[in-house]
Design a protein around this ligand. Structure first.
Ligand code: SF4
Ligand code: SF4
Length: 373
C-alpha cells in the first residue's frame, strides 16, 4: 500500500485510538488494532477494510470535532478504503475507473443499454420484438440463448477473474506477516461473520445512522441485498440445471424453484437498495466521506434497476412488452457485470479478506495454523 496523506492520517488516528481504547468493544477493528504497536501501510489497509462503517466510534469519541485532535475514524477509513480499491485493482490502468465512479458507472450503464437495444432492434424484426411469445423458448425467440450465455460467461467470468486477482493482491500485501496461510477454521469464522454481518452490529445495538441513537435498519437492509443477490444467483444455477440437465426450457411456471428464488431475490435486492438509498439521504453526513458517495449510490441504483426490470419482466412476460423488457433487463445486467470489479461491489471482497485475516490472527494457536508474532 502506497504512502498517501490518507495513510498518514489513518496512522495518526490509530495511534490515538491505541492509546485511548475506549471503543474496543465496538467492532473487530479495535481488537486487531490492539495487537499492534506500530501501523504499517499494509496494516492500515487491512484495518480500513475491517471497518464496516457503523459509525459507533464517531459518536462515542471524545476527540471528535470540535476537539483539536479532529478525529473522525469512520471518514478516515472510508477514504482509505477507496484508495485500497485503486491500489489492488486489476489490471492496474483500470484503477482510474474508481475515480468519479458514479459518472463512470452511469456511462457504462448507458452504453450497455444502448448496445443491447441497438443489437436487438437491428437483428430482430419489430414483429418479433413486440409480438406475443408463449411457451418453452419464448425469451430465446427475442434474444438467442447462445448469445445470452456467451456474453454472460465472458463478462461475468472476466469480473470473477479481476475480483480474484484483486483479492490476491490485497491478501499478499496485508497478510504478509501471517506465519501460515489462514486455515479452514479462519475461513469458517470469517464466512460466519460475513453472513451475519456481525460488525454492522456496532457495540451490539446496530449502527448510528442519523445520530447517536442505535439502529439495526442498515444491517437488515444489507442482509436483504446480500441474500437477494445470493437468491438470484441460485435461481440462475437451478435454471441452468433445468435447461442443460433436465431439458426443461424457460420460461418456468410461477411456482417453480427458479422463479420463486428469482422473485424473492429481486424483492430482497429492491427493498435493500431502495432502503439504503433513503438511509443515505437522511443519515448524518458528518462521519461520512463525500468522495465515496458517488460509488455507493451508483452500485445501489444499478442493483435496484436490475431487480426492478427483472420483476417487471416476470410480471409482463406473457404480454407484448416482454421483448423490449428482456432487452432492457439484460442491458442492466451486462452493465453490472462490466463494472463489478471497478465499483463499490469490491468492498465485499476486501472486507471478506480482512475478516479472514482477523479470524486467523485472533484464533487460538493450533499446529500448522499459527498466525502473527
Ligand atoms: S474513536 Fe475516539 S474514543 Fe474511540 S478509541 Fe479512538 S480515540 Fe478513543
Ligand atoms: S465505524 Fe464502526 S466498524 Fe468502523 S471502526 Fe468505528 S466502530 Fe468499528
Amino acid at each position: 500500500m502506497r504512502a498517501t496523506d490518507t495513510v498518514v492520517e489513518a496512522r495518526r488516528v490509530m495511534e490515538i485510538c491505541n492509546a485511548c481504547r475506549y471503543c474496543e468493544g465496538y467492532c473487530a477493528v479495535f481488537p486487531a488494532m490492539e495487537l499492534r504497536r506500530e501501523f504499517s501501510n499494509a496494516d492500515l489497509s487491512y484495518l480500513a477494510n475491517l471497518c464496516h462503517d457503523c459509525r459507533g466510534c464517531s459518536y462515542a469519541c471524545q476527540y471528535a470535532p470540535p476537539h483539536e485532535f479532529n478525529l473522525n475514524l469512520p471518514r478516515t477509513f472510508a477514504e482509505l478504503r477507496a484508495e485500497t480499491y485503486r491500489e489492488y485493482a486489476w489490471p492496474g490502468p483500470l484503477a482510474a475507473l474508481f475515480r468519479r465512479n458514479g459518472v463512470v458507472v452511469s456511462l457504462v450503464v448507458a452504453l450497455a443499454l444502448a448496445v443491447v437495444l441497438l443489437l436487438t432492434t437491428g437483428l430482430q424484426k419489430p414483429s418479433v420484438i413486440y409480438g406475443l411469445h408463449a411457451g418453452a423458448g419464448a425469451f430465446y425467440a427475442v434474444i438467442p440463448l447462445g448469445l445470452m450465455i456467451a456474453v454472460g460467461l465472458v463478462t461475468f467470468g472476466y469480473a470473477l477473474l479481476a475480483l480474484a486477482v484483486g483479492y490476491r493482491r490485497f491478501w499478499r500485501d496485508t497478510a504478509a506477516e501471517l506465519k501460515h496461510a489462514a486455515g479452514w477454521r479462519a475461513w469458517r469464522r470469517a464466512l460466519g461473520d460475513a453472513a451475519a454481518l456481525r460488525n454492522l452490529a456496532g457495540g451490539g445495538f446496530g449502527c448510528n445512522d442519523r445520530d447517536e441513537s442505535f439502529s439495526t435498519t442498515r444491517r437488515w437492509l444489507h442482509h436483504a441485498i446480500f441474500y437477494g443477490f445470493v437468491s438470484c444467483f441460485a435461481a440462475t444455477c437451478v435454471a441452468t440445471v433445468y435447461h442443460h440437465v433436465l431439458g426443461w426450457i424457460a420460461p418456468y411456471p410461477l411456482l417453480s424453484v427458479p422463479v420463486v428464488l428469482g422473485m424473492l431475490g429481486g424483492m430482497g435486492l429492491l427493498i435493500g437498495t431502495v432502503g439504503l438509498l433513503i438511509l443515505k439521504i437522511v443519515r448524518d453526513p458528518a462521519p461520512g466521506a463525500r468522495e465515496v458517495l458517488g460509488a455507493d449510490v451508483a452500485l445501489l441504483v444499478q442493483l435496484a434497476l436490475v431487480a426492478a426490470t427483472g420483476l417487471l419482466l416476470l410480471a409482463l412476460r406473457d404480454s407484448a412488452a416482454m421483448g423490449a423488457l428482456l432487452a432492457v433487463h439484460l442491458g442492466f445486467v451486462l452493465a453490472l457485470f462490466l463494472v463489478l470489479p471497478y465499483g463499490k461491489f469490491v468492498h465485499g471482497v476486501y472486507r471478506l479478506g480482512a475478516l479472514v485475516h482477523y479470524a486467523a490472527e485472533t484464533a487460538p494457536v493450533r499446529s500448522g495454523e499459527r498466525v502473527i508474532e
